[in-house]
Ligand binder design. Structure first.
Ligand SMILES: [Zn+2]
Length: 243
């Protein structure tokens, strides 16, 4: 039994919940609640859309459940699965989109957290078959790099992982055709901020097109930004993360 498989009957929330889980697990459960509410408040997860997950350790994933508003989640609602997606603990069932999370964790040992949402502008690009691949803003070049578009795949099936796999090693944010956005990083705050940055970039791209078309960054400036991003990522991996 792992230290995370402690509860068959999980209390609803609050002080009882704190006693049920280790401090580190409780912190990650509360982060999922906090960032779930945040993406919902921003309009990125209408209805029951979207899902978030974090690594508990090398073999276990803590995920949001299926069929729940991200505005209404409690720490005790989260579900623990293994690397194959088998449920190990939790009152609810895991998100039906856990497969694409597992594909990212499998291919990227450095990734600690994943955020999947349907932000309206980025999803509109995905619905139009357009990647966010124009180098027109320095911020996106520093944060995620340009955002590719994975081919359409039926949600909740193995097709989604297969469509994503070519992009996972070299990208931290991927648009899913006719579906939404997937971002991931070294922590839940990191993955969340990438989501926020991509949606902002999508808004800027849309506005720039409406204004007659943006002027792309010069090649030499793109190279400088790519070098700066590589340095930034190295420093971030050494420093403390915020939560
Ligand atoms: Zn989705």
């Amino acid at each position: 039994m792992t230290p995370y498989m402690t509860q068959q009957t999980i209390p609803v929330d609050g002080a009882d919940c704190r006693q049920a889980f280790s401090p580190s697990e409780m912190d990650l459960r509360e982060q999922l609640v906090r960032f779930g509410r945040w993406v919902h408040r921003l309009g990125y997860t209408p209805g029951t859309a979207g899902n978030l997950s974090v690594r508990l350790d090398a073999n276990l994933i803590l995920s949001t459940p299926t069929g729940c508003s991200k505005a209404l989640l409690h720490a005790a609602d989260m579900v623990i699965v293994d690397n194959q997606g088998n449920k190990l603990s939790g009152m609810r069932n895991v998100t039906s989109e856990i497969g694409m999370h597992l594909a990212v964790y499998r291919m990227r040992p450095d990734v600690q957290a994943i955020v999947h949402t349907h932000p309206p502008i980025a999803t509109a690009f995905a619905a139009c078959g357009k990647a966010l691949d124009e180098p027109i803003c320095s911020e996106i070049m520093m944060t995620t790099g340009l955002v590719p578009l994975a081919p359409y795949a039926t949600t909740g099936t193995e097709e989604v992982s297969a469509s994503l796999e070519p992009f996972i090693p070299r990208h931290d944010a991927v648009l899913l055709a006719n579906h939404g956005l997937l971002t991931y990083g070294s922590s839940l705050p990191d993955a969340f901020m990438k989501t926020e940055t991509v949606e902002h970039f999508a808004q800027v791209c849309l506005s720039a097109h409406q204004l007659g078309g943006a002027k792309p960054l010069h090649e030499r400036d793109i190279e400088k930004l790519q070098q700066a991003r590589a340095r930034y990522r190295l420093n971030a991996s050494r420093g403390p993360s915020c939560s």
